[in-house]
Design a protein around this ligand. Structure first.
Ligand SMILES: Nc1ncnc2c1ncn2[C@@H]1O[C@H](COP(=O)(O)OP(=O)(O)OP(=O)(O)O)[C@@H](O)[C@H]1O
Ligand SMILES: [Mg+2]
Length: 235
């Protein structure tokens, strides 16, 4: 019990240190850009504004991800009946242009899969997983499969993708906040490293489990088990 408590405190301290470090980076970059703008009159102002805009957007994205992580962890949302297959459809529809831009084939399938929870958070969970499956994929000809299935003991959502080979050890660390694995292949700006931590926290807040399994040929399969609506889904 004491060991678990100590591990939890150490995790919280690591989280606070990482979050501060991540937030300080865009602020330090902005300051450097502002210093340059102030001291060097020959600087290209348009370029500085563009770069300030980029780092500012990154700081906002990071803050929003942190807020989401904290809100999901509080479990204070109302639960209603949702169909995971509809959420999967919505997430893939939203991300289809991103997939197309990067030449990824996106397949969605599965039956009506009822679960109990926050539609907003469960959509966020699905979106994070599908987004990852697209951006951490092969540079060319990648594939993503999104599937839902109801069951007597759990409602299932799986997101599977091709990609670089991942070892089981690597996979086991990826849900930790601020963990980034391989270089992102398809991106305009680097990730924060919170998407999977958010997905995991949302799953746990719904009394579910999220499992990462490396695919032998490369890429990942992520499986989310949620309690079906007829099972007690309380805290
Ligand atoms: N579907 C996936 N296939 C392969 N690798 C993945 C997949 N999902 C996550 N990863 C690896 O796990 C790391 C952590 O993922 P996570 O979503 O937490 O962060 P991110 O995608 O880097 O940034 P963001 O906070 O913007 O989502 C990624 O950097 C990537 O290396
Ligand atoms: Mg991500």
């Amino acid at each position: 019990m004491l060991a678990r408590l100590e591990a939890h405190v150490a995790e919280q301290q690591r989280f606070a240190a990482n979050a501060s470090h991540e937030l300080r980076t865009p602020l330090a970059v902005s300051k450097a850009l502002l210093d340059v703008a102030r001291t060097d009159p020959d600087q290209d102002t348009d370029e500085i504004i563009d770069r300030l805009h980029t780092v500012n957007t990154r700081a906002i994205d990071l803050t929003e991800a942190l807020l989401l992580l904290s809100r999901a962890g509080q479990r204070s949302f109302t639960r209603e009946r949702v169909d995971l297959s509809l959420l999967a459809e919505e997430a893939t529809e939203t991300l289809l242009p991103l997939a197309e831009r990067h030449g990824i084939t996106l397949e969605t399938g599965g039956e009506v899969t009822p679960a109990l929870g926050s539609p907003t958070l469960l959509l966020q969970l699905t979106t994070n997983l599908v987004h990852n499956a697209i951006v951490h994929n092969l540079p060319d000809g990648g594939r993503v499969w999104v599937h839902t299935a109801p069951g007597p003991h759990s409602s299932l959502l799986t997101v599977e993708n091709t990609g670089a080979r991942i070892s089981p050890q690597q996979a086991s660390t990826l849900t930790e906040p601020f963990q980034r694995g391989t270089e992102r292949v398809h991106t305009d700006h680097p990730g924060v490293g919170l998407g999977l931590a958010i997905a995991n926290t949302i799953t746990q807040a719904h009394n579910g489990t999220l499992t990462l399994t490396p695919r032998p040929a490369g890429g990942l399969r992520i499986t989310v088990h949620l309690p079906p609506p007829h099972l007690p889904a309380g805290r």
